[in-house]
Design a protein around this ligand. Structure first.
Ligand SMILES: NC(=O)c1ccc[n+]([C@@H]2O[C@H](COP(=O)([O-])OP(=O)(O)OC[C@H]3O[C@@H](n4cnc5c(N)ncnc54)[C@H](O)[C@@H]3O)[C@@H](O)[C@H]2O)c1
Length: 309
């Protein structure tokens, strides 16, 4: 089938593009290259260098006529959303509405959406968190992801458009960039530069981390399944910052003690997702162990550092 990936030059989107092509799908990308890079996109995939808020998007959708739009373009950080909530809302809400209107006009069958399991539920203590947990975001980024979900549901209820919402945990893997502020990427970046990672709080706080290939597999599954459903997509397991630090330094063969810094506003003790709905309904399950995912990630960053040296 033909699939258009917004944000396809970014970290997660570019891995989805690779897998779509490898599975025989005709694939095109829309990305304004704000945090993504054209070099992330394989050369046989066309890239429309375009903002999802642009009126030009409707014309691209009309001419490309994809069957599915896989929506990953976004303002992606909590920090970016607190420092500039207007920009966050502009991209994540106005961009989303522009995209949905274009999809309806172009006869797109389905939109799949990368929401955020780590922020839409807020600070709930009901662990592991199920999809039925009330949405209670505490950051502008979480708020705009919830709004995005609700706009998709509105468009699907009123027009001939289907959707699947995926609430990701913390995705890690090759091509992530340290500016994402994802702890695994930041730690590898610092260790490769010979610097000491800083662990905020006591490091016993834990979250749910999923290797990017497993996230991609969920995206492939929802091309043809899970219509008008919402799924948590994560490992379903909590992993502490100290555990990440220990495994990273072990695999990288470095002997450093972490520096401990103050707890940051918003840090929570434990957070992980209940992924049983996706496992049962999509036949999807995470396949890459943390040790294996980390080994692949470290190797890719070492390769990239060697290439740029
Ligand atoms: N990586 C994670 O852990 C994670 C977790 C939850 C949700 N998500 C969501 O997954 C999606 C992809 O995240 P990522 O980690 O790959 O981030 P990323 O920054 O690598 O990718 C985002 C892409 O969108 C593009 N983009 C940004 N604004 C745009 C605009 N206005 N018009 C067109 N393109 C634009 C960027 O250039 C980039 O290529 C995002 O929607 C993000 O919110 C990611």
């Amino acid at each position: 089938m033909k699939v258009l990936v917004t944000g396809g030059a970014g970290f997660v989107g570019s891995h989805i593009v690779d897998a779509l092509v490898e599975n025989g799908h005709e694939t095109v990308v829309v990305d304004n290259l704000r945090s993504g890079h054209e070099g992330n996109v394989r050369s046989d995939v066309p890239v429309h260098n375009l903002d999802i808020r642009s009126p030009e998007l409707a014309r691209v959708l009309e001419s490309e006529r994809p069957e599915v739009v896989c929506h990953h373009a976004a303002q992606t950080t909590v920090k970016g959303s607190t420092s500039d909530p207007k920009y966050d809302a502009d991209v994540n809400i106005m961009g989303m509405i522009n995209l949905l209107q274009g999809c309806v006009s172009a006869g797109v069958r389905k939109v799949t959406f990368s929401s955020s399991g780590g922020t839409v539920y807020g600070n709930t203590q009901n662990l592991p968190v199920k999809e039925t947990e009330p949405l209670d975001p505490v950051s502008p980024y979480g708020i705009t992801k919830v709004a995005g979900e609700q706009y998709i549901e509105y468009f699907a209820s009123n027009f001939d458009l289907k959707y699947t919402i995926m609430r990701y945990s913390n995705i890690y893997g090759p091509r992530d960039h340290a500016s994402s502020e994802h702890v695994i990427t930041v730690f590898i970046d610092r260790l490769l530069a010979g610097k000491t990672p800083v662990i905020h709080w006591d490091g016993e706080q834990s979250k749910d981390y999923l290797y990017v290939a497993d996230c991609v597999a969920a995206n492939l599954a929802v091309l043809t399944a899970g219509d008008n459903e919402v799924y948590n997509i994560g490992s379903g397991q909590p992993l502490s910052v100290n555990q990440i630090f220990r495994e990273l330094t072990r695999q990288m063969g470095v002997d450093v003690q972490p520096e401990y810094g103050p707890k940051r506003a918003g840090d929570v003790r434990a957070f992980y997702l209940d992924i049983s709905k996706a496992q049962q309904q999509l036949g999807w399950t995470p396949r890459v162990s943390f040790e294996e995912g980390l080994a692949r990630t470290i190797q890719s960053y070492r390769d990239a550092t060697a290439t740029h040296a």
